[in-house]
Design a protein around this ligand. Sequence first.
Ligand code: HEC
Length: 233
Amino acid sequence: MPALALSPTSAIMLALGGVALLVAGVAALIYSRRRPPDVPDIPPAMQPGPSDADLEKPALERLQGWGVLLVVFFVIWLPLVWLLEPGTNVEDERELIEQSVERGERAIELFSEENPGGVGCVQCHGPGLAGGQNLFQGNVVPVPSLTNVCARLTQDQIRQTIEEGRPNTDMPSWSIRLAGSLNNQQIDEIMAYIVAINLDNVPAEQNKCLDPEAGETPEGEESPTTAATEEAS
Ligand code: HEC
């Protein structure tokens, strides 16, 4: 989260804190103006200090009392913040991912006045990226669906395809480093959107975006199906 972005609750807390501070300030000002009429007007720095007897008992105890109170406050407050911190961070991270998925969702749509960030993957990959067609070198060619691309490619491979395009097909290179129009942040957001929609369409055990080795038989081990056939024969 950018340094100054606040969640609604923390914004409200901050506003309430500000109002409380203001009220306290005004009250202090009014209070300090009021002075009993029969007390001589001596500046505070020139008034006699507390007596030795006061300094040794009530004044000392009052200060120590405040000290204890502050220690108790920090003993409760610091561990509380420390314990809640991981949860807060996870919450923030979730919110950030959600926001980048939303931006990615807008980015894949066509450019328009309402959607100035749209780059139009849907033009070829079809509405909702569910697969489409395109005219390439005079032929109508099918364009793969990206709603299940995680069953075929890992995140690295998808990113590479987006950045570099596919030679000899109409999938162009999108990375600004390869004469494309998208910077890394925009590609990150489109990736976040693609990964998010694949969660609904590709079962977790086949989802290479979540686990690059998903859906593959580990080397040296038999796949469950071969083992079953051998047992049967
Ligand atoms: C001009 C048409 C066109 C546009 C626009 C386009 N693509 Fe493609 N894309 C293709 C074609 C065609 C393929 C299949 C290439 C092949 O046959 O290997 C493809 C393949 C892909 C693949 C690999 C899919 C797979 O299953 O192998 C990904 C990922 C992809 N595109 C992402 C994007 C993204 C993200 C955008 C928008 C930023 C985009 N494409 C815009 C035509 C397009």
